[in-house]
Ligand binder design. Structure first.
Ligand SMILES: [Zn+2]
Length: 275
């Protein structure tokens, strides 16, 4: 996982939101469905322009699973502070003094700030600082199931981890592809762990990272495996019986192989022997 620095393209990002809010300012207070109005603004162009900026600042990766995103992929907008929130008390959970982020100074609860203002804080349902680009959660393209990231999270609370400057070192990937956030408490149930709320320990995603970790540990590069996918048989003693068929899918099925390539971010990271 990578820290998303919202200061570099701030001017460009805020300009889109500012111009949108400026257009709706005659409606005082703001329309109830402010985010929906934003999505359809200028025939969807405002949203497209914003996504382009988000992709640039995220180096074309999904904010959570690190899949490679292109403007043609199904991209969804993730609200770090859930857009469903209407109560200040709920909003405040995202604004921590000990974890100061761009949200603290630039974003406010939409419900309490319903009239136009030219400067931040902007209403959280459309604030540039509160929006990041996510994949659509369909790991195998075209599959009906949503397995990870923004849409998998739904309306669950998680901390705005991608805005934490040290997140890269706090999220740990094991040799077997499992991922864990160091700050999650050990007593928490599996389904309460941040990485699990995001679906990042889904078996296919885990296998993708396991394969990349194996390639790294063997001193191979993708080209070696491209020429001879049979090299992945070397992983067999690391793979459980349940995962055996899944590994075979990566060897024999181009859809899975292309997925591995979409996640080449994981060819560059450090893995840990245990989790
Ligand atoms: Zn994703």
């Amino acid at each position: 996982m990578e820290y998303i620095d919202k200061t570099i393209l701030r001017e460009e990002g805020e300009a889109i939101i500012k111009s949108f809010l400026n257009q709706v300012k005659e409606q005082d207070p703001y329309p109830q469905d402010l985010y929906d109005v934003f999505k359809s603004d200028r025939g969807g162009q405002s949203q497209k322009d914003l996504i382009e900026i988000l992709l640039e600042e995220q180096n074309n990766h999904c904010c959570y699973c690190m899949r490679r995103l292109t403007v043609n992929n199904k991209i969804t907008l993730e609200h770090l502070i859930l857009r469903s929130i209407t109560q200040q008390e709920e909003f405040n959970k995202y604004i921590k003094e000990e974890r100061h982020t761009v949200l603290n100074d630039n974003v406010c609860l939409t419900e309490v700030n319903k009239v136009y203002q030219a400067e931040p804080p902007y209403p959280h349902v459309v604030a540039y600082q509160n929006l990041v680009a996510s994949c659509d959660g369909k790991i195998i393209t075209g599959a009906p199931a949503i397995s990870c990231c923004n849409l998998r999270r739904g309306f669950e609370y998680i901390e705005p981890i991608v805005l934490y400057a040290t997140i890269k070192n706090e999220v740990v990937y094991a040799f077997n592809g499992e991922v864990r956030w160091k700050e999650d408490k050990e007593y928490e149930k599996e389904e309460q762990l941040t990485m699990n709320i995001l679906g990042l320990n889904d078996s296919i995603l885990r296998m993708v990272r396991h394969i990349w970790s194996y390639i790294n540990r063997c001193g191979l590069v993708k080209g070696d495996i491209d020429r001879d996918r049979g090299k992945l048989y070397g992983m067999l003693d690391e793979v459980s019986n349940e995962d055996f068929d899944l590994l075979l899918s990566f060897q024999s099925n181009d859809t899975y192989w292309n997925l591995l390539v979409d996640y080449d971010y994981f060819s560059t990271i450090t893995y840990h022997s245990d989790n």
